[in-house]
Design a protein around this ligand. Structure first.
Ligand SMILES: [Zn+2]
Length: 395
């Protein structure tokens, strides 16, 4: 399985000029080959991928700028053209009426594809050297794993990104081992059926003072002036820092769970939201729900490549049921403690829910639950977790 890791890249002015020139050349080549394919077809000759591939070599004499672009990148231009041609004819076969393949404008053409070769990654200094382009630093907020098969460099507005494509081994057989249920909530980010309570991250709140100051500083400056742009850049960086922290947190936490457990059970968020619609607690909840969704998607794809079972259950009654005896103990959102009048089981509300999620996911009957104090894990502890570290809690 090929997994893509996208990182922000920071080419200097010289390198950026080379990138833009290479993009221009590749776009010109794409359009040129497309034009020649169209002309051939009109003359009753069916063009072939091999034919256009060979054409690149002769075009180099006519248009020497092609020599400034790494040859494999040019080959990938041809590959892209033919995959677009194939996609178009597939759509036509399905009976859709569509026109010809379009020529690419500068806005639509913004990716250089270094496939298999022509790049060298320096992980230590977080930079990549591209053949015929130069060395570009990038931020590796989430380290990639696996063998790198190719790298794309892509422009988005005035930003640049590198997309590292790494081959990931998919475990054929599902793992055997411990299982866990995870409940996400408002008080803690998550509580699991082994009693771990993960503190809610407040990265935005922590940066709020700084962000306010930056906004004020921008407001005081003359629009589009040098200092205004500088202040804008600082604000952008501050927001990016928050995003990186959030991503880092979610990646590390999900990695820990996938490394620790062979089966992970969570609630199906789609059903949960559908049921809670109308009783939603507004903005605070919606901000959290975005993080929960991302947390689950990280869990899900990491679980897939690790051979961990990822089970999403119907969230019906998970908070109301007593995990110990199965009685319904109704409580509204403000009640933080589950206190069962039928069997006397007292537990943190979210812990009770996590045990229920685990039981439903594993299709197990009600069993006496061992009451245990929650084991609190701070955001700092999560951030200090290494990507491939041993489980954060043994036994
Ligand atoms: Zn009970």
């Amino acid at each position: 399985m090929l997994i893509s890791y996208k990182y922000r890249a920071y080419p200097d002015a010289t390198t950026e000029a080379r990138l833009n020139a290479a993009l221009d050349t590749c776009r010109w080549l794409y359009n040129k080959l497309l034009e020649e394919c169209n002309t051939a077809r009109e003359a009753g000759i069916a063009p072939t991928m091999r034919g256009t591939q060979a054409r690149i070599v002769t075009l180099k004499d006519e248009s020497p700028s092609l020599k400034n672009v790494y040859s494999k990148v040019l080959q990938m231009v041809n590959a892209t053209l033919w995959s677009n041609i194939a996609a178009l004819s597939q759509t036509k076969k399905r009976g859709r009426k569509i026109g010809k393949l379009r020529f690419k404008s500068a806005v639509r053409y913004r990716t250089l594809n270094y496939n298999q070769s022509g790049f060298k990654i320096d992980r230590e200094h977080s930079s990549i050297t591209f053949s015929k382009i130069g060395t570009i630093p990038f931020t590796m907020h989430r380290p990639y794993t696996g063998k790198v098969k190719g790298i794309l460099i892509t422009r988005s507005g005035d930003r640049w990104y590198v997309i590292v494509q790494a081959e990931q081994k998919v475990s054929e057989s599902k793992r055997e081992g411990r299982s866990v249920g995870i409940d996400v909530g408002l008080n803690s980010f998550a509580v699991d059926s082994d009693g771990a309570a993960i503190e809610n991250p407040r990265f935005y709140e922590h940066s709020l003072d700084r962000i306010k100051k930056l906004h004020q500083s921008i407001a005081r400056k003359q629009r589009f002036s040098k200092n205004w742009k500088k202040a804008k850049g600082k604000l952008e960086k501050a927001y990016e820092h928050i995003t990186n922290q959030k991503n880092d947190f979610l990646h590390k936490l999900s990695r820990q769970y996938v490394d620790t457990y062979a089966t992970i059970c969570v609630e199906d968020l789609n059903i949960k939201y559908l049921k809670e619609h109308g009783t939603s607690r507004g903005l605070r909840r919606s901000i959290h729900s975005a993080s929960w969704g991302r947390f689950y998607s990280h869990l899900s794809y990491k679980a897939e490549s690790a051979g961990t079972n990822f089970i999403q259950i119907d969230p019906r009654d998970t908070t109301q049921l007593c995990a110990n005896c199965g009685s319904i103990v109704t409580k509204d959102l403000s009640v933080r403690v589950h206190d069962c009048p039928y069997c006397g089981f007292v537990a943190d509300r979210d812990y009770n829910a996590a045990v229920n999620i685990h039981r439903v996911g594993m299709e197990q009957p009600f069993e006496p639950v061992e009451p245990r104090p929650l084991h609190h894990i701070s955001v700092v502890q999560v951030l200090a977790m290494k990507q491939e570290a041993p489980p954060f809690r043994a036994g």
